[in-house]
Design a protein around this ligand. Sequence first.
Ligand code: NDP
Length: 295
Amino acid sequence: MSVHTDRSSVTVLGLGPMGRALAGAFLDAGLRTTVWNRTPGRDTDLVARGAVPAASPEEAVAAAPLTVVCVVNYDASDAVLRQDAVTTALKGRTVVNLSADTPERSRDTAAWAGRHGVRYLDGAIMTPTTTIGTDAGVFLHSGPEELYREHRPVLDALGGSHTHLGEDIGRAAAYDIALLDIFWTSMAGYAHALAVARAEGVTAEELAPFAGGIAAILPPLFTQFAADADAGTYSGEVNPVTSAVSTMAHVVHASEGHGIDASVMRVIEGQARRVIALGHGADAFTRLAEVLARR
Ligand code: NDP
């Protein structure tokens, strides 16, 4: 069997919570799974389940045609992959980098891979460790389609949905950044809401069902606003910024009345007021997407 056609083995570099989940799913799917982590000892459970521990990253990558890297960021993946011995061992083999970072770092890594004869795919994981190996996992991929198709059978062992977003190697990271933007600004709002609610004697558990209701409003809004945003209309018929901005001010006043920092909501309110000042008060709040990009 050639190194490229062997679909029964895989290597995982990086055994943080996500790397361990990935390796565990490969093992559950019956693949010969070689593992390595910078700090020793993270592989104990995996080895007990049948994983092959590698003494070095070069030994690990030499054990399979496909290496999945999942470390904290691309400084970390560079620190592993760009060691001379590892780069040499990777020649002619494929790396799928599932670590999170920016599109620019993905493109830089692809350029490095190209210079060294390493076949390279980029990717992003959009769901928590508990979803790995289940139908709920969401994996985004970008890079050469032929390479993606070749390794898809092994990647499928991770379960969930796999979407190839195109040949532009930075595209998975571009989606990742946009989606993380939604996630973390939402979580900042949630953490702030907990503080304000607590100051008013409302517990997190009391708020939870209604917080869920607010979150559920968002998916249909994303769908509804998408075509409108792409067309650049930002229609505010239902809820113009002039109306929305007053509810933002309520959050600021109520928070600061309790001595709770409202700086995030102050920034949002300021952005909404800028949209209005620029003559777009009748538009939807999403007009901000266009205003933010103005120089
Ligand atoms: P971390 O993001 O904390 O990454 C930990 C891993 O990175 C460990 O294997 C650690 O090795 C390694 N690492 C850090 N610095 C270096 C370095 N300089 N050289 C070599 N290895 C290094 O934990 P996760 O496993 O959770 O995340 C891995 C990736 O998956 C991240 O990019 C994260 O954003 C992404 N992800 C994680 C999700 C989650 O729910 N956890 C969800 C979706 C994506 P060591 O043990 O030696 O410190």
